[in-house]
Design a protein around this ligand. Structure first.
Ligand SMILES: Nc1ncnc2c1ncn2[C@@H]1O[C@H](COP(=O)(O)OP(=O)(O)OP(=O)(O)O)[C@@H](O)[C@H]1O
Ligand SMILES: [Mg+2]
Length: 310
């Protein structure tokens, strides 16, 4: 699966083990015809939004694609997991407030050739309040992204666990919604609220938004509960569900404390392998449709007998 071009895959749990290079997949992932912008949202806390964002982003980058993660959660967990400084520096908050140009807050993620991050910072907690009085307050992120989105194949926006103005900004800026669902009790509880918000944003702010992807997280195949939740989601969202569940796996939860994704922390662990498969499936779904073949019948229909265009 991986070739030997890496300098240091950083696979042990040793905190001294800094990632200085990552495995690049031998088989590149399919490039989408235009930038795919995903919002990763679920107002339920702790369902795996951030873990899914950073690991899918890392995997796509390892597949040779240009990827940006925007940490839109004041908790800053995505910035931490990607090892990007975010405490006392300008981040997405300053962009939303119009105080920093978006190009000035982009940081490279160490060890990845084509993975960038716009960090959150603690001031982002004030955004919900400070955005209220601003003009086009729901469209601040969308407007900021225009300048940089052509530079990426994929952009992922990691949302906080709420349906406030930050999540609305993310939904307004994206083309696709990715919902991680934890295979646990009450997994689908609250989903109707998220779907309602999705419907409102689609109607009022962003007609292009599409709930395209659902990922099951923290799956435990041994339990009836996990399987029941998976079956339920599959029945409701057969097209959207990526039928490769992410297993509950200790390496996945350990990785952020070493400022790493599981893709570098332990690339051969079950969690990393599952995220890699999910990323590949996402890339496959987004690859350009086969070029339209020349079809003489179609051409004939458009011409009259004497060759004049009909
Ligand atoms: N597949 C997994 N196996 C084990 N632990 C996991 C897995 N996915 C996520 N976790 C752990 O579960 C917790 C919640 O995950 P995460 O932070 O990704 O959720 P979240 O939805 O972003 O949370 P929040 O709503 O607070 O932003 C974290 O401690 C994370 O390490
Ligand atoms: Mg999170």
């Amino acid at each position: 699966m991986a070739d030997s071009r890496e300098t240091n895959p950083g696979k042990s749990g040793n905190s001294d083990n800094k990632v200085v290079g990552v495995r690049r997949l031998k088989e590149a992932m399919a490039k989408p015809p235009s930038t795919r912008i995903f919002t990763v949202a679920n107002q339920k806390g702790g369902v795996g939004k951030t873990t899914t964002t950073v690991n899918i982003a890392a995997a796509l980058s390892m597949g040779g694609l240009r990827v940006l993660v925007i940490d839109l959660d004041p908790q800053g967990n995505a910035s931490t997991a990607l090892g990007v400084p975010h405490r006392d520096i300008a981040g997405i908050y300053d962009v939303l407030m119009g105080d920093s140009p978006i190009t000035s807050v982009i940081q490279k993620v160490s060890g990845f050739p084509s993975l960038d991050c716009i960090p959150s910072n603690s001031s982002l907690a004030n955004a919900e309040v400070n955005l209220v009085s601003m003009v086009a307050r729901e469209l601040r992120l969308k407007e900021a992204l225009v300048e940089i989105s052509p530079n990426y194949d994929y952009i992922f926006i990691d949302c906080p666990p709420s349906l406030g103005l930050l999540t609305i900004n993310a939904l307004a800026a994206a083309r696709e919604l990715l919902i991680p669902i934890q295979t646990e009790y009450y997994a689908l509880e609250g989903l109707s609220q998220l779907l309602e918000t999705y419907g409102i944003v689609k109607k009022r702010l962003n007609a292009d938004l599409d709930l395209s992807t659902i990922v099951l997280t923290m799956f435990d195949g041994r339990t009836r509960l996990s399987n029941d939740v998976a079956a339920n989601v599959r029945a409701h969202f057969p097209k959207e569900l990526i039928d490769i569940p992410i297993p509950r796996a200790v390496r996945v939860s350990e990785a952020p404390s070493y400022n790493q994704t599981v893709m570098t922390y332990d690339p051969l662990s079950p969690g990393a392998i599952a995220y890699m498969q999910v990323a590949r499936e996402i890339a496959e779904r987004g690859k350009p449709k086969d070029e339209i073949k020349f079809d003489s019948n179609v051409v004939n229909i458009n011409y009259k007998r004497d060759g004049e265009i009909a």
